[in-house]
Write a protein that binds this ligand. Structure first.
Ligand code: P6P
Length: 349
């Protein structure tokens, strides 16, 4: 149902409408800080296309300031916005190898933030939608002291919130605290994110599959069989599935969240553990899609149940409509059974 009126993110949390256990002033303030960072990044992303037109040279802009790569700009914007708020004890970013401590002059909070500041940034040069992804935990180490790597390496099930910002034809912020998924669209006229999508639910079955078919020759047999099945099967309208692949995780998953379908970034012969990062890509997206009634798996196990071993580890990702993720798992299990059957037959011959 399309909401009416001007429901901002701040009001949405404070009025407790998101029914989340974190409905406290601190959590609202934390999300407000994230929304502010998103607005700043959105402004810069939308300007990026003008670099040549405005005569911004490779390194200096018209103010003589150093023009940063957009993903570094997004990274630094998020750090600056979060440090002042005093909500976090530690952070981690796709852009930094190690955990990021809160500067001494700032207050240390009880939350942990992991983020991909600008996912898909290589697409910005061709004006394709890109996104920011964030994942929030409560600290597990004692309050009042700097956060630790242990605070960051928690299972996805322990997330207290997750979300993304999609810099597309409009800028949207989508987040969940585990119960429902809400979407806010930025009104550039007065710089506020307004509630535009209430309690998003992903269709139980889609007719879109989304993966990079250029990697076909590296795929495992079960995945090859699954994709061929989708191209032959007829959906309720008598149509085979449609292939849609933007190559920007946030954009691909957002489309499937709205329309239904499955996004896949598998493990393959070139990438034995896949490409997408567990802590700040797979886990937050899995929390959102599950809260919207979908599923997220590594092909065999629930993404959110994976015990992290390192900050930047990657995992295979099969995510989207419940029916579609369950079906691809069947194809992959069948492949495992066929391999076992063949090996047993060989050992008996
Ligand atoms: P490929 C973008 O570089 C990204 O990290 C995700 O946003 C996207 O889903 C994926 O990589 C695309 O990877 O190998 O298909 O180009």
């Amino acid at each position: 149902m399309k909401p009416t009126g001007y429901m901002t993110i701040q009001r949405h949390i404070l009025e407790g409408e998101s029914q989340h256990p974190e409905a406290t002033g601190e959590f609202s303030s934390l999300l407000t800080d994230l929304a502010l960072a998103a607005k700043i990044i959105s402004l810069e992303v939308n300007k990026a296309g003008l670099v040549d037109i405005l005569g911004l040279t490779g390194n200096k802009n018209v103010h003589g300031e150093k023009v940063k790569k957009l993903d570094m700009f997004a990274h630094e914007t998020l750090l600056k916005s979060m440090e002042y708020g005093g909500h976090f004890c530690v952070m981690a970013s796709e852009e930094e190898q190690d955990i990021i401590h809160i500067p001494e002059q700032h207050q240390i909070g009880k939350y942990v933030l992991l983020f991909d500041p600008l996912d898909g940034s290589s697409n910005i040069d061709v004006n394709v939608s890109i996104g920011t992804i964030f994942s929030i935990y409560k600290r597990v180490s004692p309050d009042g002291q700097p956060g630790t790597l242990e605070d960051c390496l928690q299972k996805g099930t322990e997330q207290v919130a997750a979300g993304y910002v999609l810099y597309g034809s409009s800028t949207m912020m989508v987040y969940t605290t585990g119960e429902d998924v809400y979407g806010f669209t930025l009104d550039p006229a007065f710089g506020e994110f307004l509630l535009s999508h209430e309690k998003i639910q992903i269709p139980k079955k889609g007719n879109i599959y989304s993966l990079n078919e250029g990697n076909y020759k590296y795929w495992r047999p079960g995945l090859k069989r699954y994709i061929k099945y989708l191209q032959d099967v007829e959906d309720l309208n008598g149509q085979p599935y449609s292939a849609r692949y933007i190559g920007s995780l946030v954009a691909d998953i957002h489309r499937n969240l709205m329309y239904g379908g499955i996004f896949i970034y598998p493990a393959d012969k070139r990438r034995p553990t896949g490409k997408l990062r567990l802590m700040y890509e797979c886990n937050p997206m899995a929390m959102i899609v599950e809260a919207a009634g979908g599923r997220a798996s590594d092909g065999m196990n629930r993404i959110l149940e994976i015990q992290p071993e390192s900050l930047h580890q990657s995992e295979p990702l099969y995510i989207g409509s419940e029916h579609d993720v369950t079906l691809v798992e069947k194809f992959l299990r069948e492949e495992e059974e066929l391999i076992r059957f063949t090996e047993e037959a060989k050992s008996q011959s």
